[in-house]
Design a protein around this ligand. Structure first.
Ligand SMILES: CCCCCCCC/C=C\CCCCCCCC(=O)NCC(=O)O
Ligand code: ZN
Ligand code: ZN
Length: 492
């Protein structure tokens, strides 16, 4: 197929019929090789301002190479934002339709070699899986979005509804989010609402942050699609103890390390309160109730009676425990300058993920009440409140569009339920732009796969990646053909 050059918007481009999401063997091989190439570029972000800028620049060039039609199509504008983020504006043929936004991120967390079956930036394929940092979080989405668009354009598709593709380079660091800042810059206002004539506020976002979940809840045998309609907040708290340094041959009763270690231990041994029943989880379980086998189906259909039992059971597993409470993770500890010197300072950083029923201030106070030691200083490095719940009723067009696409691409999945993302996504930077923020990665995830995210042996099956491309290929077309509900339209 001859790729279309810029400026062509002729009748050939206009298509009434839907393009089937069937890809040639050559296209299927090309898309998996493109993902492997993306994984091989180590776009690691370490801390605010600490990125592999060489790799990020290389990735920008790489996208031009593997998606030439995207970059040469006249109705697609590409902007580099914050030096390494990328914002694509795909101008649809019907400007009256509210646009939407697809989010993904280019950066990945570091990946030391130890424990990996293959080197984490090799992109090697083994037994039908592509291994590497970013295969699930989140280069799979970056490549799937652009691949789906490339394949649609090659087939002369021209979207009716405009949409944005926002590919951030700093999602993995706690920062204001360059791409969202860039979107603000593009639209010229802090609150992200575009100036007149620059198009309407986006009506929905689709970002990482949930999956087709398979095997996360005992007695729930069938996988189900959870679309995260909210996400937990976060508090990065640095605790510090300062002491006068001295000779270790005559040490004080407690050093700064001992004082801080005891404080950290008290935090770890005192979990935040179980908030089961006061967040989206209850909705998720009620929607799943009849999918459980007996007697679980009776329990989940009567949570008014059995919620104490369910809340205790959810605590047993680290992932479901993260759904019922604010979690406490001591992730960094730095102290000491030499083996025979009393340490002048000890610092520990705690990453709290805040349950939607709590606030940053409440968690900070609870932490201080647990530590209860005036020698420990508290420094808030970064904090985000839990996000509001996006609409997911029948009138919520964004949610319904995702649900419709799930059902067409995954006909075997008969439950699509709203839920909460236990992690953070870039979508938290867009709450001023729309209330329709949804987080869903169209691929199956099992608990052992979850351990690969930020862990070792992160991998995606070739089949799963191909299906993710298919989902986006369908989603973009569904966004053009969605039917308006008869009654009032939900402002998203
Ligand atoms: C009742 C249903 C059980 C739900 C089980 C939830 C399983 C976990 C599913 C999704 C988690 C999302 C992880 C992927 C996004 C990670 C994004 C990220 O790393 N952000 C940065 C950060 O959070 O620090
Ligand atoms: Zn991540
Ligand atoms: Zn991510």
């Amino acid at each position: 197929t001859v790729p279309r050059s810029k400026g062509l918007r002729d009748a050939e481009h206009q298509r009434a019929s839907r393009i089937p999401s069937q890809f040639s063997q050559e296209e299927r091989v090309a898309m998996k090789e493109s993902l492997k190439g993306a994984i091989q570029i180590p776009t690691v972000s370490f801390n605010p301002g600490e990125f592999n800028t060489t790799a990020l620049a290389e990735f920008g060039e790489y996208m031009h190479k593997v998606f030439p039609t995207v970059f040469r199509t006249s109705f697609i504008q590409h902007e580099v934002v914050g030096e390494y983020s990328h914002l694509f504006t795909v101008q649809g043929s019907d400007p009256s339709l509210q646009p939407y936004m697809l989010l993904a991120h280019i950066d990945v967390v570091p990946a030391p070699d130890q424990g990996w079956e293959v080197p984490p930036f090799s992109g090697l394929e083994r037994d039908g899986f592509i291994y590497g940092r970013g295969t699930l979080d989140n280069k799979n989405s970056v490549m799937a979005i652009l691949q789906a668009l490339e394949l649609l354009l090659i087939r002369n598709y021209i979207p009716r509804r405009s949409f944005f593709i926002a590919l951030g380079h700093d999602e993995e660091i706690v920062a204001p989010g360059s791409i969202s800042a860039g979107v603000r810059g593009t639209w010229g206002s802090e609150d992200l609402s575009p100036p007149p004539g620059k198009g309407c506020p986006a009506r929905l976002h689709v970002d990482e942050g949930s999956f087709i979940l398979d095997g996360f809840i005992p007695s729930l045998k069938k996988p189900f699609a959870m679309v995260s309609v909210s996400e937990k907040g976060s508090l990065d708290l640095m605790m510090e103890v300062n002491m006068t340094p001295g000779h270790s041959s005559a040490p004080p009763k407690e050093t700064s390390i001992g004082i801080l270690a005891a404080a950290v231990s008290r935090l770890e041994q005192t979990p935040m309160p179980n908030m089961f029943g006061s967040g989206p989880l209850k909705m998720t379980l009620q929607q799943l109730a009849n999918e459980f086998s007996f007697p679980a189906n009776v329990i989940f259909n009567n949570l008014w009676l059995f919620w104490p039992l369910v809340s205790r059971l959810m605590e047993r597993d680290d992932i479901t425990n993260a759904l019922v409470r604010t979690t406490t993770a001591v992730t960094m500890f730095n102290a000491g300058i030499k083996v025979n010197v009393i340490p002048p300072v000890a610092q520990a950083t705690v990453n709290f993920r805040i349950h939607p029923a709590q606030t940053v201030q409440e968690v900070l106070k609870l932490a201080k009440d647990i530590v209860v030691d005036d020698r420990v200083q508290f420094h808030v490095l970064e904090a985000f409140e839990p996000l509001p719940v996006s609409p997911f009723d029948d009138q919520a067009l964004g949610y319904q569009l995702i649900r419709q696409t799930i059902q067409s691409v995954f006909p075997e999945i008969n439950i699509v339920a709203p839920g909460i993302c236990i992690a953070q996504t870039d979508s938290r930077h867009y709450t001023n732009l729309t209330t329709g923020i949804y987080r869903f990665n169209p691929l199956y995830l099992q608990p052992q796969d979850f351990s690969g995210i930020h862990g070792i042996n992160e991998r995606i099956s070739v089949q799963a990646f191909e299906t993710q491309v298919k989902f986006l290929f369908e989603f973009i077309q569904n966004a053009d053909t969605e039917q308006r509900p008869v009654s009032h339209l939900h402002e998203l």
